[in-house]
Design a protein around this ligand. Structure first.
Ligand code: EPU
Length: 432
């Protein structure tokens, strides 16, 4: 599929807190958007084109999954693909691949709705909590499916006449749950109403595109989404353009707040970063917000002020920026309570930061207390998950001395050639 599995380790020379980075960081297409659009190929009778795709492991693994089940996947340019779901499509997700990636569960909705059955292993993914799939299963049952749990996974089947529309309330807000049920509803007969749906910008982006191809989805981007379904979609060559990755943009913004003399984060959507920009500005970071860019200038007298933080579904503060933000707080003046409300094991990265010199106290599995500012020292690190991996890169760059980050594969899952891009603004980081 054109991507070499990179991996290896990063060697990073710390800047000892000096704000010297300069230049432009371009944000790539969203990790959590492009694969969902690829899954949507199963809703189309013709070829679906996707552009601005990120060259990251998670997207390529999802394409590999689609290829394995029989979807014709072609690379059509440096960052574009075409997908055609025609002919024989397998409805059982290949075990090894699906287990490696939690995101594969996104395929269940489209497969079940189009082909009347799907089987999947118990889902895998990053080590950030139990990540159950009860919301998916409950939704599919409401749409008429029968769910059988076997030792090796789940088998779902639709009634002979296909799934039907249903009213579905999400007791917990779920991004992928909203997306996969929304896609299932596009092919289900009648009207589906999703309540307490997730609001993440990836969802209206997908809905808007599907609507241009014949879907009837209203309210995406609000907590009630109404879908009138029943027929296959036709793209007639219109491409889905992957929106910029708001988590990558946010991570760059945090990095720039700590290390930039003058850095512009370009090709991003600042309106998706409101919670982050508000907090950083309050802390004293100088941010100029443009239409599709944000610029950070390192002219505020250090240290910045600390602030408390609670993760929340969009548009609240994203859980995916919690670890990078904790690194920021180690450099800010005061005491900050960080409260992770979305996942139950997303604070595993803390021990390594403490070894680097951070003053962080783990209060319970969801909350930590960060006191700053504290100088960090370079260390050998190994990240427990993708987002913590980026937090370690930021910490290693802030620190004094050299760091080694092992198991970089986990960072490659979501950030395209991160070392080359950071080198472009003057960071001393290389892959070995
Ligand atoms: N949940 C359930 N039951 C379900 C599904 C989810 O209880 O059936 C719970 C989860 O355990 C969690 C909460 O609902 O406590 C929210 O999970 P959600 O389903 O929203 O997460 P997700 O869709 O699996 C996506 C992103 C994550 C991001 C979260 C939260 C994708 C592929 N992944 O996950 O991204 O952290 O939303 O915003 O879209 C990442 O990019 O590093 C990443 C983990």
């Amino acid at each position: 599929m054109g991507l070499m599995t990179k991996g290896g380790r990063f060697l990073i020379k710390g800047l000892a807190g000096k704000r010297v980075l300069e230049g432009t960081l371009n944000v790539r297409g969203a990790k959590n958007a492009a694969p969902k659009a690829a899954a949507a190929a199963l809703l189309f009778s013709d070829t679906l084109h996707i552009t601005n795709t990120p060259d990251i492991e998670d997207f390529h693994r999802l394409l590999e999954l689609l290829l394995k089940i029989g979807v014709r996947v072609k690379k059509t340019g440096s960052d574009s693909f075409s997908l055609l779901a025609k002919g024989k499509i397998k409805t059982s997700l290949p075990r090894a691949l699906a287990k490696r990636m939690r995101m594969s569960v996104i395929l269940t909705g489209p497969l079940l709705a189009r082909f009347g059955r799907v089987s999947l292993p118990h889902p895998g993914g990053c080590l950030i909590g139990a990540r159950p799939i009860d919301l998916f299963l409950d939704g599919f049952k409401k749409m008429g499916a029968v769910v059988k749990m076997k030792e090796e996974g789940y088998e779902l089947s639709a009634p002979r006449e296909g799934l039907h529309g249903a009213e579905i309330f999400f007791p917990t807000i779920s991004v992928t749950g909203t997306e996969t049920l929304m896609m299932a509803a596009v092919l289900a007969r009648g009207t589906t109403i999703l309540r307490n749906a997730a609001l993440e910008p990836e969802i209206p982006a997908l809905a808007k595109f599907l609507n241009t191809c014949g879907a009837d989805i209203r309210g995406a981007g609000t907590s009630t989404i109404t879908i009138k379904g029943g027929k296959l979609l036709v793209s007639k060559g219109k491409p889905y353009v992957t929106p910029p990755d708001r988590i990558e943009a946010g991570s760059f913004l945090i990095l720039a707040a700590l290390l930039a003399r003058d850095v512009t984060i370009a090709s991003c959507e600042p309106s998706h970063l409101e919670s982050l920009i508000t907090l950083l500005t309050r802390a004293g970071v100088h941010i100029d917000v443009g239409k599709h860019s944000v610029r950070v200038r390192g002219d505020h007298k250090l240290p910045y002020h600390s602030f408390g933080l609670k993760t929340h579904e969009y548009p609240g503060f994203p859980t995916d920026l919690q670890a990078p933000m904790a690194v920021f707080l180690t450099q800010a003046l005061g005491e900050a309570l960080v409260f992770e409300t979305i996942f139950e094991s997303r604070l595993r990265y803390v021990d390594e930061l403490v070894r680097m010199g951070a003053d962080i106290m783990l209060l319970d599995p969801h909350r930590l207390l960060v006191r700053g500012p504290r100088p960090l020292r370079g260390k050998e690190l190994e990240s427990p998950d993708l987002r913590a991996g980026l937090a370690y890169i930021i910490a290693a760059l802030v620190a004094e001395g050299n760091s080694i980050i092992h198991n970089v594969y986990i960072i490659d899952r979501g950030y395209e050639r991160i070392e080359e891009r950071l080198k472009g603004v003057g960071a001393d980081i290389r892959r070995a």
